[in-house]
Design a protein around this ligand. Structure first.
Ligand code: IPM
Ligand code: MG
Length: 362
């Protein structure tokens, strides 16, 4: 029996529409093979939404997302909107979407593919076998804490304020997601904080430590964020699953991404307690190459695979997409960001065609 899914597509800005088009083609092909019918609804977010409606997250977009089974997002932002005040910027649309759908858990896997070892800026022996999952808290911390804003002081000097806050329940719920993720992986969890300086991090460390009693099979460790950044570059293979707050997770997930050769390869899943998840690449909208058919669509395609796996519970279809990505890399197809000598340089569309070919071959 055909399974029907309502999918909201948020192509956004920059390279977003180009990479989204590839992911949609891939989903349609896999859908036919696995008897899945995708009903795609496109909606506006980010700069595209600002230009059309004046707001980075129109109410209609949030409503469409809420009424769908999953949301596939590409990327938002660009030079054009960089000078707007923060609540009117494209980024506010993304943050509003995360908050509006209650997506507190962000899973960012960073796994090195053997074909791309040469694309990493680090030595082969350092990155070979790297397989890390960053579990980033996504709806709290300094991104959302109050007070926030730029205020005038009595002397007329301006004062910028953000507040890093975590409640016990916020720490516990992301902690649980991370312990469960570690259980399905290598059984090791490293919690990253700045407990030597920040009170909010002391509470974080206490709660994660308390929670670990419920997960005796998981080996828990703690690192300060500065040390964690250093260890990620020095010896990344020591990490299995990492759990951390919103800001530290933002930074460390970019660093972890680069271990794999290109941030253009990495997907992510943002999940709440219930309701649709949002699946999106870790990379941004790359306005410098937008519209030139140079973008790497693989992170977007792998995000579609994560959507099938974590959002729609269709692991076989997800596997199929991941295998196709593996195969095109195996046959030497590369976009500019992951090119190395002797490989075939493809544009975004041609990479999409190579994927479709790989999917239809088997
Ligand atoms: C990310 C991005 C976003 C973030 C920006 C675009 C708001 O860097 O998803 O990592 O900081 O969370
Ligand atoms: Mg980021």
């Amino acid at each position: 029996m055909t399974q029907n899914y309502r999918i909201t597509l948020l192509p956004g800005d920059g390279i977003g529409p180009e990479i989204m088009a590839v992911a949609v083609d891939v989903l349609n092909v896999v859908g036919k093979q696995f008897d899945l019918q995708f009903d795609f609804q496109e909606a506006l977010i980010g700069g595209a939404a600002i230009d059309a409606t004046g707001e980075p997250l129109p109410a209609a977009t949030l409503e469409t997302c809420r009424n769908s089974d999953a949301v596939l997002l590409a990327a938002i932002g660009g030079y054009k909107w960089d000078t707007l005040p923060s609540h009117q910027r494209p980024e506010a649309g993304l943050l509003g979407l995360r908050a509006g759908l209650g997506l507190f858990a962000n899973l960012r896997p960073a796994k090195i593919l053997p074909q791309l070892i040469d694309a990493s800026t680090l030595k082969k022996e350092v990155v070979e076998g790297v397989d890390i999952m960053v579990v980033r808290e996504l709806t709290g911390g300094i991104y959302f804490g109050k007070p926030k804003g730029i205020f005038a002081t009595e002397t007329g000097e301006k004062r910028g304020v953000n507040t890093m806050v975590y409640t016990e329940s916020e720490i516990d719920r992301i902690g649980r997601v991370a312990f469960e993720a570690a259980r399905k992986r290598g059984g090791k969890l490293c919690s990253v904080d700045k407990a030597n300086v920040l009170e909010v991090s002391q509470l974080w460390r206490d709660r994660i430590t308390k929670l670990s009693v419920e997960y005796p099979d998981i080996e828990l460790s703690h690192l300060y964020v500065d040390n964690a950044a250093m260890q990620l570059l020095r010896a990344p293979k020591q990490f299995d699953t990492i759990v951390t707050g919103n800001l530290f997770g933002d930074i460390l997930s970019d660093a972890a991404a680069m271990l794999t050769g290109s941030i253009g390869m990495l997907p992510s899943a943002s999940l709440g307690a219930s309701g649709p998840g949002v699946f999106e690449p870790v990379h941004g909208s790359a306005p410098d190459i937008a519209g030139q058919d140079k973008a790497n669509p693989l992170a977007q395609v792998l995000s579609a695979a994560m959507m099938l796996r974590y959002g729609l519970n269709q692991p076989a279809a997800a596997d199929k997409i991941e295998q196709a990505v593996f195969q095109v890399l195996e046959q030497g197809d590369r976009t500019g960001d992951i090119i190395s000598p002797g490989k075939n340089l493809l544009g975004c569309r041609a990479m999409g065609e190579a994927l479709i070919h790989a999917l239809e071959e088997k």
